[in-house]
Design a protein around this ligand. Structure first.
Ligand code: CP
Length: 314
């Protein structure tokens, strides 16, 4: 199939074929990253702007590296030192970047829908790098890639997502991608962060407040950080209480099947949602996720630029 979208704004609207194309393209770019010469000319002459209005380590750096590996020019926009601080609007910021011939704007923003908003009038490609509690598409895609690479399939797998589901854009992008490809998704955490109403979104979603049962049947356990920056009211009495009831410690990790994967999008709060011994243990693929993020982001930029899978020998 050919890629027909100008922007990547969410995972929810991607078809199974589009997800499959991103996975196969990312696989080819992962192979490129293992070569002595890691650069390809696919985006030569193009300009990629990282417009991050919220903090980021993994996403911003891997988009920067992805663009460089594709031979694009890269501009890292620092919101704190920009004219956004003087009241310039996001729309005017985009217009000015386009006046400088930006071809791609990678947007991270605290407002849900910010990327969709810019895409309404953008002439360049917009990539959503996380918008509020809505979606984080490339995180969902790199998680999908990691699971598929390790397990050889998505269909029929039991995936438990544990933690702050209510405020997590990572959870939403994971849920839509996994359901589209036929996985079963269990959402687990405190009832204040995992409301039962999530089950009404899709028949493939189950809500469980019982940690042991949610862990023991899982092929994959994906842990989420508590999103303090988005919570309007405290969802639990204290961090210590959350860690004691839902933190993945060695005892609880023992409930997980030995062949199951333990994932986390980062940043990790060690001792809160996960203990160090588990985060750094043999079932953890947390750093593999980061590695795969580069290949997935190269694939996304390549496809949005009109790249054909035949160029990659697929
Ligand atoms: N997973 C993730 O989005 O990490 P960053 O916030 O560091 O980009």
């Amino acid at each position: 199939m050919n890629w027909n979208r100008r922007h990547l704004l969410d995972v929810r609207t991607l078809s199974a074929d589009e997800l499959g194309l991103i996975l196969s393209t990312a696989k080819a770019f992962k192979a490129v990253s293992s070569r002595a010469i890691k650069k390809v000319p696919a985006l030569r002459g193009k300009t990629v702007v990282n417009l991050f209005v919220e903090p980021s380590t993994r996403t911003r750096i891997s988009f920067e590296l992805a663009a460089q590996r594709l031979s694009a020019d890269v501009i890292n926009f620092t919101a704190e030192a920009s004219s956004l601080k003087k009241g310039e609007t996001l729309k005017d910021t985009l217009r000015n970047l386009e006046a400088l011939n930006a071809d791609f704007v990678i947007l991270r923003h605290g407002a849900s829908g910010a990327a969709h908003y810019l895409a309404r009038f953008a002439r360049c490609h917009i990539v959503n790098a996380g918008d509020g509690a809505h979606e984080h598409p490339t995180q969902g895609l790199l998680d999908l890639f990691t699971i598929n690479e390790r397990k050889g399939r998505i269909e029929g797998l039991n995936i438990t997502i544990l933690g702050d589901i209510l405020y997590s854009r990572v959870a939403r992008s994971n849920i839509w991608a996994l359901l589209r490809l036929g996985a079963r998704v269990t959402l687990c955490g405190p009832s204040t962060l995992v409301p039962k109403v999530f089950e009404t979104l899709h028949p493939g979603i189950r809500v469980s407040w019982n940690l042991e049962s949610a862990l023991k049947d899982a092929d994959v356990v994906n842990l989420l950080r508590i999103q303090h920056e988005r919570q309007r009211a405290s969802a639990f009495p204290s961090i210590g209480e959350y860690a004691s009831l839902f933190g993945l410690n060695a005892t609880r990790a023992g409930w997980i099947r030995p062949d199951a994967l333990i994932m986390h999008p980062g940043p990790i709060n060690r001792g809160v949602e996960i203990e160090s011994g588990v985060a750094d243990g043999g079932q953890s693929v947390i750093l593999e996720q980061v590695t795969n993020g580069l290949a997935v982001r190269m694939a996304v930029l390549f496809l949005l630029n009109g790249g054909q899978s035949s160029e990659l020998g697929l």
